[in-house]
Design a protein around this ligand. Sequence first.
Ligand code: B12
Ligand code: SF4
Length: 551
Amino acid sequence: MDMQLGVSLPDIEDAVNAWRPDIVGVSATFGQHDIMVRLLDHLFGLPEAPMVLAGGSLTARNEQLLLDRYPRLLVARSAGEPTMQDVLGYWHSDLALTQVRGLGHAGTVRGDGVLRIGRHQRTATVPNRLQTDTLPELDLLGATFTRRGVAQLETSRGCTNYCSFCPRGHKGQWSGAVPQALPSILAAMREVFDRHPDISRTLYLVDEEFIGRGDDAVARALAVADTVHGAGFRWESSCRVDQVVDPARDPAWHVQRGEMWRGLLERGLRRMLFGVESGVTSILDRFTKETTGEQNALAIRTLSALGVPTRFTYITFDHLMSVDELRATHAFQGRTDLLLRPLPDLSVEEIVDGVHDERFVATHATGRPFHTAISYLLVSMECLIDAAYTKRVQAAGLAGAPRPAMGRIDARFADWRIGRSSHHAQLWIDRNFALDYTFKSLEKILDGPHRHAVRGARVVLKDAAYTMLGHMLALIDRYPLADERHDEFDADLLAVMDVEIGRLRDQMAGTVQELSPRLPVDVARVLVAEHTRWASAEGWRLINSADPCGT
Ligand code: B12
Ligand code: SF4
């Protein structure tokens, strides 16, 4: 039962009361803590409580908190399939609880033993490499399409890196063979797509790292793409920048990669998301990104010259950053020598060489600043529970209260001026989020010149956000670090934001007026309605609906 598809909590409670299941599995992700607690309260309050197993990204973050509150709960801490199999074995008394792979628990949970509350235990985790075929549940795909959702699939699990802000506990190390079951999964998905001819035949491969590692990484990526494309789909996914440019590798490796990117485009790649996260090497070091600013610059040039449609995510503010780092961030986002024109007539060798050559870059640069290619500007670090970065923030005495709803903690910034700027940047994002999201959604459903026009309108919003960052830096220069005058700083910042939003309003009115007659009537209607709402909004509020993940 999927609550994203209209199922309510009472519906689930009714189903549990009617079916009286032995085991209930619950999956929760960011933002769903409150609803999960209500469900678990209900389940554990039943006279004969079922065995309850919870998993998902948010559950993994809140494991300790949940086990404190529900000592009989089982927490699935890794990929679900082996854990589910073992839990069935446990239910049938074929396995001991300690033999169930990938579990967090508080002791004995079947009501037939002594609970050791407060001594949470973890069983051995299943490495991702032991599970290369993932079989998605397809019985909800049709209902997902009816609600204009998208089809997701994983072709690998885990990541090749350990960024400090990305808790790896339940995601693990990268593993991916060419999934043997992929053709039959795709055939089954195609049957569902066939019943929804209006839905774009695009698959979202939600791998954390699509390419992965190993000598056969390129061959595997091309084979997966071949299979997906051969089944009639285009696809989007995510991967790391070091799959494009890696200073430790030789030119031959880079040429092979360039050819791989062109090969992936021929095999239906629609867009690839890269978590650049910063262009400043000291920040990348703090993030344990294992990349450098220079590497990111070269990768952005290479991808744009190869014509790969990209999304870049970027963490503009982090709690441990200095003003110099924020200034360098601003400079990187403003660089006009990163986005090159697609160069289909040049060989991969020429591009791989050329991105190092400033004359080549000057000849082929679009002149557009890099920030126009960042999915969401002005985003701040989220201190996720259990992440290495969060531990550094805690060690620096900056940690605040836990926020289980988002699996993170509140935190102050080492430099109060950056903290106030980050807070106001979030206000800026939230005020403009719905309008930007409308543009983004329209872009997804439009093609050709219409899509281009909508994209142009998004750039207007991005330019304004970037201008705000410049204002913030100018203001920071006027306030010494040692003299914490929060109220005055806030007032100055709000005054600038008011001026800038006024300017944006004027500009956006012109943009929408020019754009809407060029759009299909129903699309124009959606845009005008959202624009009217946005233009008449007053004041600055947090709405907690930002989506900096960019996926
Ligand atoms: C799609 C997506 C989104 C979409 C969600 C859309 C949607 N409605 O599905 C959007 C864009 C909204 C999003 C946003 C965010 N996301 Co996101 N997102 C993803 C992505 C790419 C895919 C999610 C997914 O479906 N995964 C596949 C499922 C199958 O994985 P899973 O839920 O973890 O489940 C597995 C196990 O946990 C387990 N399991 C799950 N449930 C259960 C239940 C039982 C009973 C059992 C036994 C097992 C089990 O089995 C599954 C198979 O292995 C993942 C990357 C990834 N590969 O997971 C990132 C990811 C989950 N997102 C992440 C983050 C940080 C966020 C944000 C917090 C970013 C931010 N700073 O704001 C926001 C928060 C969203 C919010 N609510 O505000 C991180 C989480 C970090 C971490 N390592 O835990 C991830 C892992 C990406 C990354 N590596 O950085 N996201
Ligand atoms: S942030 Fe991305 S690159 Fe870094 S460990 Fe997580 S999934 Fe891997």
